[in-house]
Ligand binder design. Structure first.
Ligand SMILES: *[C@@H]1O[C@H](CO)[C@@H](O)[C@H](O)[C@H]1NC(C)=O
Ligand SMILES: *[C@@H]1O[C@H](CO)[C@@H](O)[C@H](O)[C@H]1NC(C)=O
Ligand SMILES: *[C@@H]1O[C@H](CO)[C@@H](O)[C@H](O)[C@H]1NC(C)=O
Ligand SMILES: *[C@@H]1O[C@H](CO)[C@@H](O)[C@H](O)[C@H]1NC(C)=O
Length: 925
């Protein structure tokens, strides 16, 4: 048997297996590639599956000059939620174009009959749309549209041995029609042999695999298609917030058994857009082409002359008395025409109530954010500026600034900068804008330079200055994560600026600011500098530097760094602050600790008289052992020793705690929080809560917030320790590892007493609110039929962090409530548009959640504290909207689906000691 035959037989056998598999299985989405492939091959199967062939042709025969080949053609596009099988259902929307296509060679290379210029003409194109009551099975109904009235010009393509090079068209051809014709021409690009190669066609530049099934059947599989025409593209730098786009594209060709010209070509493709963190939310674009040979006839089309194709093309041009435009098979997307378009001004007016500050933290506020974001991205500077300046929008200006920042277009940034006054006394609005900018998903060099310019200019308002510095740092970090930018000089420039400022600092406040900036910059070559600070004498800078290191990716912490952290933890000659030691131990324990390290930590716990730190360390150790099998094994092994497995080590009775709890668990995503509550002298010293989101591929710190307090020994009852600080307290918030400047409640005993007497803080007060962009993905996927699908994914979170503190010196108790309210909306769109039909699917998924941290403190005889964390009931919303429309007509079809899933609330159990104290405190009442 010759090798070619062997391949043929094998393919046939494989094919028989596929057919059985694909008909028997109603597979999940994962197997779709195979199903698509199998379905196509099965469509061919009856013709050839059991035929053994003796020889294969080298090439298909070329078309004969003087003959017109007639084809019937149809192509359809369907949009739906992701389906297990690529078939039409009653729930999808979409359209179909049917026409007759005629192909004839108008030039042939004088010495090479495998090189021709082919002329493609289309006649009587008709549009059908997916109608609600359309005839089964496909449900298409024919409609009038602009398609029938377009002037149809021929398209010429240079065919060379099955490859298509340039295409040529007459000036003034309608772009949508041209794209459809390129989709037809692409079907004439095929090889009659088993080969893998790179090809450019309507799908872009793809890796293509041809398989010769037998002498008249060929399959073609396209992979890794890249856009050839420049189109907008961007994505998130963080996988957890990414879009998962998966594509399949195949074509099968059947040749005439006698003259081997193309008899039938069938292409099928699917593109899925899914939310990485919520794979059940998504959209699918499915497209099909069928080109069927109908017959041929002799014609007397003019033959053009020329030694090469260029001369032939000139000769065509002179016949048409118009220049021919040289083009390629790759398409240019049709400009988008708005569907139910509104101006930005109208849209803002429409959302004015929803955009009010009071609505932040709600679903509708997050939806308004994504809608307007998409609109602002399309607008020029004067349009955005006019809306920002409009007096009617004065009350919602902070929310509009969030949107302008998230849009990240030059126009929106310039508009905001033109409206804001950075030189004035009022810093609230400039600060709001700069905070929103810090979470840009794809910052440009120009934007970073712009913010750095503000930083270098300085500002007399320290808060605004710090916010600008922190924003410059986090923008630089996001920028550095984009593959192309890793070594850009702006990164080292910003690093140098911050490091030099830090080293030059004289005051503690100054050091803290630049350490927080390094935390936001988050690059590996600042680790040493941060370790220097962590080792230093100054207590607060050491705390902030260690916290920065604690939030850095694991890969940044080298063996060197681990050694230095171990020293910090163990240094008993000059004991470091308990927070510094606790965080150092945490970093050590997260980096594959050995038995020796764990034994050392237990040893320290046994020997030192730091009840609270010991309790915290034990909690953290147990927590990590629960999550990580390696740590568990090491801990179990060390605990074999009676030296450690005893009350002095394991019976810690402090109030501090460290633990993690799951918030949401499903198959695509796990959200959890880790919590460290550090008590000192019976009073809260620091808490940190980190909310993590994990997908199969990546982990992200969505939110951190911390409360810090000091100098409160006056409340501390008997065993209160004076920590030598002025009374102070405040909160710190980081969103997506972007730390915002701390919000200080009070900074001295005088201020504190002022609050207590005047009752400020006893009302619910918002500490921070706004909206920000999470998912941000735009991509244009060229379809085989020449049309383009646009895939968009935007996620937004609208948040409102508020607090309330009541202190009664009379009753000697205090009550505090911190509410973290947030609403999340993820909106995905897939749309396929052209000048004669538009179709889109949009899905929204979201929820509105709240976490309440409640602490009650009594400082009567003994100090007692009870911490509670409560999550009220929530609802997860999923809705899907589908639409098709014929521009220039009244026709519009809309489909809408809405689903609500309730999720019951819960109260999280903290540690045992806390539970005891809570029941003790609340039983008295
Ligand atoms: C963003 O797109 C680039 C280019 O296609 C890709 O290499 C990168 O993995 C994408 N990033 C994420 C987080 O998906
Ligand atoms: C990265 O740089 C290469 C070469 O300069 C360029 O072709 C490519 O488009 C860039 N990618 C992105 C995502 O900007
Ligand atoms: C930072 O990371 C880069 C790339 O991984 C590496 O080449 C470099 O040595 C690291 N720098 C330090 C100081 O660890
Ligand atoms: C979520 O956690 C569960 C239980 O630990 C685990 O089985 C699952 O694989 C996790 N899922 C993801 C996406 O990480």
């Amino acid at each position: 048997m010759r090798p070619a035959m062997l391949v043929g037989t094998l393919t046939t056998l494989l094919l028989m297996v596929h057919c059985r598999v694909s008909t028997a299985l109603t597979v999940g989405v994962g197997g779709l590639g195979w199903v698509l492939w199998g379905a196509l091959q099965c469509a061919l199967a009856p013709a050839h599956a059991f035929v053994l062939l003796s020889s294969y042709p080298a090439y298909s025969r070329q078309f004969e000059v003087g003959t017109l080949y007639m084809y019937g053609y149809e192509t359809s596009v369907l949009l739906n939620e992701p389906q297990p099988l690529p078939v039409s259902t009653a729930k999808d929307v979409g359209f179909r174009v049917e026409l007759a296509a005629e192909v004839t060679p108008v030039w042939q290379h004088p010495t090479n009959s495998h090189e021709q210029l082919l002329q493609l003409t289309i006649v009587t194109p008709k549009l059908s749309v997916k109608a609600r009551q359309g005839p089964s099975p496909e449900g298409f109904v024919q409609k009038n549209s602009r398609l029938e009235s377009y002037n149809l010009h021929p398209l010429f393509f240079h065919w060379d041995n099955g490859n298509i090079g340039n295409v040529y068209h007459i000036e003034g051809s309608e772009l949508s029609v041209l794209n459809v014709m390129k989709g037809i021409s692409s079907l004439f690009q095929h090889q009659v042999k088993n080969v893998e190669q790179t090809e450019v066609d309507t799908s872009g530049r793809c890796e293509v695999t041809y398989k010769l099934v037998d002498s008249t059947h060929i399959t073609k599989l396209k992979k890794n298609c890249k856009n050839v025409t420049p189109v907008t593209f961007f994505n998130q730098t963080n996988k957890v917030l990414g879009a998962d786009v998966s594509s399949q594209a195949t074509t099968t060709f059947v040749l005439n058994s006698d003259d081997k010209i193309l008899k039938k070509a069938t292409s099928m493709e699917t593109h899925f857009l899914r939310v990485e963190a919520r794979k059940q939310a998504g959209a699918e674009v499915m497209s099909k082409q069928i080109l069927q040979y109908k017959g041929n006839k002799k014609v007397t089309t003019p033959k053009y002359t020329g030694k090469n194709v260029a001369e032939a093309v000139n000769s065509v041009a002179s016949k048409f008395r118009k220049p021919l435009i040289t083009d390629q098979l790759a398409t240019t997307p049709d400009p988008k025409e708005c569907i139910a378009c509104r101006t930005l001004k109208d849209l803002v007016a429409n959302f004015r109530t929803t955009l009010s500050g009071k609505s932040l933290g709600t679903q509708s506020s997050a939806i308004a954010f994504t809608r307007l974001l998409r609109k602002v991205r399309e607008c020029d500077q004067p349009t955005v500026q006019a809306v920002l300046k409009d007096k009617k929008n004065a009350r919602i200006l902070p929310q509009l600034l969030d949107i302008a920042a998230a849009a990240q277009t030059v126009a929106a940034h310039k508009a905001a900068m033109a409206v804001l006054n950075f030189g004035g006394e009022q810093t609230t609005l400039p600060e709001r804008y700069i905070i929103s900018l810090s979470l840009a998903t794809h910052p440009s060099v120009a934007l970073i330079q712009d913010v750095m310019k503000l930083v270098k200019k300085g500002h007399k308002n320290e808060n605004l200055y710090e916010t600008m510095m922190l924003t410059a740092a986090s923008l630089t970090h996001t920028f550095s994560k984009s593959p192309n930018n890793t070594n850009h000089k702006i990164i080292s420039g910003v690093k140098k600026f911050i490091s030099e400022k830090l080293v030059a600092c004289e005051s503690e406040e100054c050091k803290l600011l630049y350490i927080r900036a390094l935390k936001n910059l988050r690059i590996n070559d600042t680790v040493e500098l941060l370790l220097d600070c962590a080792e230093g004498q100054a207590r607060k800078p050491a705390i902030y530097a260690t916290r920065a290191l604690q939030t850095f990716p694991d890969s940044y912490i080298t063996t060197e760094a681990l050694k230095r952290l171990e020293k910090i933890f163990l240094d008993l000659k000059r004991p470091h602050d308990s927070s510094v030691r606790a965080m150092a131990a945490d970093i050590l324990l997260r980096h594959q600790p050995g038995e020796e390290l764990v034994a050392t930590i237990l040893q320290v716990m046994r020997s030192q008289n730091t009840k609270e730190l010991n309790t915290l360390l034990l909690g953290r150790l147990q927590d990590l052992a629960d999550k990580d099998p390696h740590t568990k094994k090491v801990l179990m092994s060390v605990l074999q020793e009676p030296e450690y497995n005893n009350y002095h080590v394991l019976g810690q009775s402090g109030l501090s705690s460290a633990f993690s709890r799951p918030l949401v668990q499903d198959k695509n995503i796990n959200a959890s929080f880790s919590n460290m509550v550090e008590i000192h002298g019976g009073l809260l010293k620091r808490t940190t809560v980190d909310v993590f989101v994990d997908t199969q591929e990546d982990q992200m710190r969505l939110l951190s917030f911390g409360i810090f307090a000091g100098g409160l020994s006056m409340f501390g009852g008997e065993d209160a320790v004076d920590d030598g600080e002025e009374s102070n307290a405040g909160i710190e918030i980081s969103l997506l590892d972007t730390q915002l400047r701390p919000y200080v409640f009070f900074n001295s005993q005088g201020e504190l007493m002022g609050h207590v007497w005047s009752g400020t803080g006893s009302e619910r007060t918002t500490a921070l609110q706004g909206s920000l962009l999470l998912q941000d993905h735009i991509q244009v996927v060229p379809l085989q039929n020449g049309l383009n699908a646009e895939l968009l994914l935007n996620g937004a979170i609208s948040y409102d962090f508020a607090g309330q503190i009541q202190v009664s010196l009379w009753n000697r108790n205090a009550h505090s409530l911190v509410e973290v309210g947030a609403a999340l909306v993820i909106q995905g769109v897939a749309r396929v548009d052209n000048s004669f039909v538009q179709t889109l699917i949009e899905f929204n998924t979201g929820t509105q959640a709240q976490l309440n941290f409640i602490s009650d403190l009594e400082f009567y005889d003994e100090v007692m504290m009870c911490l509670q964390m409560v999550q009220p009931d929530i609802e997860v919303i999923n809705n899907v909207r589908k639409l098709e429309r014929i521009p220039g007509s009244n026709y519009m079809l809309k489909k809408y689906k809405r689903k609500l899933t309730p999720v019951p609330g819960k109260t999280y159990v903290m540690n045992k000691k806390n539970t005891e104290l809570c029941s003790k405190m609340f039983s008295k009442k």
